[in-house]
Every structure is written in structure tokens, then in C-alpha cells.
Design a protein. Structure first.
Ligand code: SF4
Ligand code: SF4
Length: 462
């Protein structure tokens, strides 16, 4: 199994760096551009989707009060929990598949913690300047300049956190009303609390805790060591090519016998790392796979006139001189699991009944009607789960001598639930036992979807 080194081990090593505040240096390159694209898509989805409307309601809304989850034309209820669990399984298998294939690309490019941390770093740079200025500012005593820059940074962080929190709460309570209520100071105590809570959580996580969330709070970093194998593509330093490292000037020609590798020990890969690790120490649990060190090292290789790729996506097998096996049993296994779960989920969504029926029997025993029939009462709870208004036929099926007494049809708006009191009567002489099983049925008038049935019992005299 691939061996990981942890920050703790590194900090305990002789000459370790200890715990310092990490001030990553900003750097551009191919992978940063890819990260920006991933972040931009995520931001557009997160901040944009909440404002979309669909059929006169918010397109994506987890309505906790009504216990309904709307996602465009589909609505899910608590009884659809199994389908929502399937979505979680799809995400888990997707994550396992991608981790085996290419390590922590999810963390580096699309994880909310990473993306928000990059945004907070951008705000920090805007207020306090580049890495060297920020380090100087950290060391400087209190001054008007320092206080103003710090205030500006924290102000920006709080604004981003507040917008993030309002958007998040807006997925659980209609966003337009929420924003109106917050602006007019009429928001409920509950909504105000959650906006405050998520503002504080975002500010703390992305502003203060940053990489510590990845180190100590995220379980994914812990179990990735059991997922990554010798063929996984992970950000790696090519030790055979880079060592022995040694400084030299830009463009300086190397003597054939200087004995040095390609690493000029410029430390740029360490300075750009958001988790403050040195990729040259080997594969580490704290590496979030952001590839900032690849961009940094490639630029140095360009300046020195060496080939790119001293730090690159490579497998352990490739670095040891072998050939990476792309198709391997674990990767294929997770791919098949992923595809099967997606197929099962799609089938489940397509075939789920568009109407639900629950039957509650009246608590009383039985009654005799004026004409001597035995009568039992029931409450039929019918819900239209379709996205359009529907007409339904109500009936009790399989009653040999009994008769259904109640409305024969019902019109329901999308998502509407109705409670219909009905009864069933039997002539006393036709009851073969004191306890007869009966079945209610609701079917669509336009024959869309299969009829839905629900069983109950009919009680008579012993
Ligand atoms: S950026 Fe490249 S050359 Fe510079 S220290 Fe890192 S690995 Fe060595
Ligand atoms: S070592 Fe490289 S890939 Fe890993 S977190 Fe640091 S900069 Fe990102």
C-alpha cells in the first residue's frame, strides 16, 4: 500500500518547520486556471441555482416545514428517502472512483472548503498585499495601516460569509422572502439564527481554520491512504530526477559532473502550498492535491531551461520506473458500482408511483346502518406526487359482497394531499369471518402510472 507521511511526523523530524501561520504565495499556471474553472462552476451553481424558479416555486428547495424536497420538476417526500440515500451512494462511489484514479482531485479542485479558502485568500491578498507583505504585516507592531488592512480583510471575509450563509439558508426557506425579511428586519428568530450560524461557520472555516479542517476534521483525508494505490495519479516529486538538490543561478549551465539533480531548492513549491507542506518529502496525508506546486515548479523548470514535470501527476509505479496500469480491478469495480447505482437511481425515479395512498381505519369497531348492513369507516390519505394536476379514481377492490361508500373521483394539484373519509358496508349474512381483509385503490383517470393499493381490515360481529 502507498505510504503517507503526516504533518505530525514531519514536525517531529529533526529540523522540522514547527507550526507557523501559512501564508501561501499566489501563483498562476495551467492547474490554477483549471481550479478557477472548477471554482467558477461551483460558485455559479451555488449562488445561481437558489434564485431559479420552476412552475411558480423555487426550483431547488428543501422545504422542512412541508417535509418536501423540490428539485426542478421532481418533488421528494420522506417516503422517497431511499432515493435520496441513493444520491449519497452515487456521490460516495464517485469519490472512491476518482480517488483511486487520481488521488485527491476532488479536494484540490471542487471541495467547498478548498474553494472558499481560495476566495478568502484572494480577499486577504486584496486587503493586505502579496505573501511577503502579509508576512511583514504579521511581524509589524500595531499601527493605523495594520489595523485598517486587518479591518478591511475581516470586513471582506464577513461579507462573503454572510452572502454564503444567506444562500445556504435560502435552500431551506424561500430565498426571495428570506432576503426581504432580513432587509426589513422581519426575519424569524430561527432564520436569523441559522444565517448567523452559517456566517460564523464560513468565517471560521475558510478564514481561520483553513487547512486545519483538512488535517483534523475531514475524514476523507484519513481514509484516502487506503484508497490510493501504486497506480493512482497523485501530485509527486520525481526524486530520481530532482536529487541531489542544489541552488544555482537562472540559466547557469550545469557542469556534467556537478552531481546535482534538477531541483534548484528554490522552495517555491513550498511557498505556494496552501497546507504548508513540502512535496519533496513524499506523499503526505495533508496534500490536498491542488497542484499549485506543479505550476510553481514548471515555471522554474521553464526559467532554468529544464524539462517540465519535476513535480507532476505521476503514479508510484511510474516514479519507480514502471508503467502505470490504468485499468485495474478496484477501479473497474468502483466504476461498475457507480454506473449500477446511477442506473438503479434513474429506474427508481422513473418508476416511483406518482400517487401515494395511506389508509387509516376508524378506531371504533363496526356499526349497523339503518338498512341492517355492517359498516366500517376509513380515512384515505391521497397525495399527488406528480408535477401537474391530476384526476384520480378511488375504489375498494376485491369486495365480494361488500360495497364501497365514498367519492369515486378526486382532483389534486401538484403535491397536494387530501384526506377523504369513506366507508365499506357488508350484508351480515355474507361475512365469512369477523375479520376480513380489504384493499383500497387509487388510479389515475388518464391511466398514467400503475394503480396504487393499500390494505386494511373490515371488522364484523364474531
Ligand atoms: S519548485 Fe521545483 S525546483 Fe524549486 S524547490 Fe520545488 S521542486 Fe525544487
Ligand atoms: S503539496 Fe502541492 S498539491 Fe499538495 S497541497 Fe501542497 S501545493 Fe497542493
Amino acid at each position: 500500500m502507498t505510504q503517507f507521511i503526516s504533518v505530525k511526523q514531519l514536525d517531529q523530524a529533526p529540523g522540522a518547520r514547527g507550526h507557523q501561520k501559512i501564508q501561501p504565495r499566489s501563483f498562476t499556471g495551467l492547474y490554477r486556471r483549471l481550479r478557477l474553472c472548477g471554482g467558477a462552476v461551483l460558485f455559479a451553481l451555488y449562488f445561481g441555482v437558489v434564485w431559479l424558479n420552476w412552475n411558480d416555486r423555487q426550483a431547488v428547495l428543501w422545504d422542512l416545514a412541508e417535509k418536501e424536497f423540490h428539485i426542478f420538476s421532481a418533488t421528494f417526500w420522506p417516503e422517497d428517502l431511499i432515493l435520496l440515500s441513493a444520491i449519497l451512494l452515487i456521490c460516495a462511489f464517485g469519490l472512491f472512483f476518482i480517488t483511486i484514479w487520481a488521488g485527491r482531485v476532488w479536494c484540490g479542485y471542487a471541495c467547498l472548503q478548498s474553494v472558499w479558502t481560495w476566495v478568502f485568500l484572494w480577499a486577504e491578498r486584496l486587503a493586505e498585499g502579496d505573501r511577503s507583505r502579509r508576512i511583514k504585516l504579521d511581524r509589524a507592531g500595531l499601527s493605523v495601516n495594520k489595523a485598517a488592512r486587518r479591518a478591511c480583510k475581516h470586513g471582506l471575509w464577513l461579507i462573503i460569509s454572510l452572502i454564503t450563509a444567506i444562500t445556504f439558508v435560502g435552500y431551506f426557506t424561500p430565498i426571495r422572502a428570506l432576503v426581504g425579511d432580513l432587509v426589513s428586519l422581519k426575519a424569524s428568530g430561527c432564520a436569523a439564527f441559522w444565517v448567523f450560524f452559517f456566517t460564523a461557520a464560513t468565517y471560521l472555516n475558510a478564514g481561520w481554520l483553513r487547512e486545519k479542517v483538512c488535517f483534523h476534521m475531514c475524514p476523507y483525508g484519513r481514509f484516502q491512504s487506503s484508497m490510493v494505490d501504486a497506480d493512482s495519479l497523485v501530485v509527486s516529486y520525481d526524486t530520481a530526477r530532482g536529487e541531489p538538490r542544489g541552488s544555482r543561478r537562472k540559466g547557469e549551465q550545469r557542469a556534467p559532473d556537478d552531481g546535482l539533480g534538477d531541483c534548484i531548492d528554490c522552495q517555491l513549491c513550498v511557498q505556494v502550498c496552501p497546507t504548508g507542506i513540502d512535496i519533496r518529502d513524499g506523499l503526505q496525508m495533508e496534500c490536498i492535491g491542488c497542484a499549485a506546486c506543479i505550476d510553481a515548479c514548471d515555471s522554474i523548470m521553464d526559467k532554468m531551461g529544464y524539462d517540465r514535470g519535476l513535480v507532476r501527476y505521476a503514479s508510484e509505479r511510474e516514479l519507480a520506473g514502471g508503467r502505470t496500469h490504468v485499468l485495474r480491478p478496484r477501479l473497474i469495480g468502483y466504476f461498475l458500482l457507480l454506473v449500477s447505482t446511477i442506473a438503479l437511481f434513474s429506474w427508481g425515479v422513473a418508476s416511483r408511483p406518482l400517487v401515494t395512498l395511506d389508509v387509516e381505519r376508524d378506531r371504533g369497531m363496526y356499526r349497523f346502518t339503518a338498512d341492517g348492513q355492517i359498516e366500517n369507516s376509513y380515512l384515505l390519505k391521497v397525495r399527488n406526487k406528480d408535477s401537474e394536476a391530476r384526476f384520480f379514481i378511488l375504489d375498494a377492490v376485491g369486495l365480494e359482497h361488500g360495497e364501497y361508500q365514498g367519492p369515486g373521483s378526486l382532483a389534486l394539484e401538484p403535491g397536494e394531499k387530501a384526506e377523504i373519509p369513506v366507508s365499506v358496508t357488508y350484508p351480515p349474512e355474507s361475512l365469512s369471518s369477523a375479520n376480513v381483509s380489504i384493499q383500497f385503490e387509487v388510479s389515475s383517470m388518464d391511466s398514467k402510472g400503475a394503480p396504487v393499493t393499500s390494505r386494511s381490515t373490515f371488522l364484523g360481529p364474531r
